[in-house]
Write a new protein. Structure first.
Length: 101
């Protein structure tokens, strides 16, 4: 089975971070194929962050206004269309591809 674990907590010593570590360990020991991404940068370790950076916690005004446009919603349903939607930040596109995976 393929699993995507997305962790969203800004404090590396948090209970949430400990739970994420336990989930990852359990999935991997069970033979699952796992992708792990964190939305908040912990220290200097950027390898697990989308686009190597902390995920923005709020949509910009332009992103929010374009989010419900029917033509853009339809485009985002396919990988080819997703590449054509310029308003989505690179890390959002990467997150969507992880979820499709």
């Amino acid at each position: 089975m393929r699993d995507v674990v997305i962790h969203a907590h800004p404090v590396p010593e948090s209970f949430s971070t400990a739970i994420a570590g336990s989930v990852l360990k359990g999935l991997r020991s069970g033979g699952h194929e796992v992708r792990f991404k964190r939305l908040y940068l912990h220290g200097n370790d950027k390898k697990d962050c989308y686009n190597g950076a902390t995920f923005p916690s709020a949509l910009t005004q332009e992103e929010r206004e374009s989010y419900q446009v029917p033509e853009l919603i339809a485009l985002r349903q396919t990988a080819e269309g997703l590449a054509k939607v310029p308003r989505l930040a690179a890390e959002v596109k990467e997150a969507i591809e992880d979820l499709r995976w």
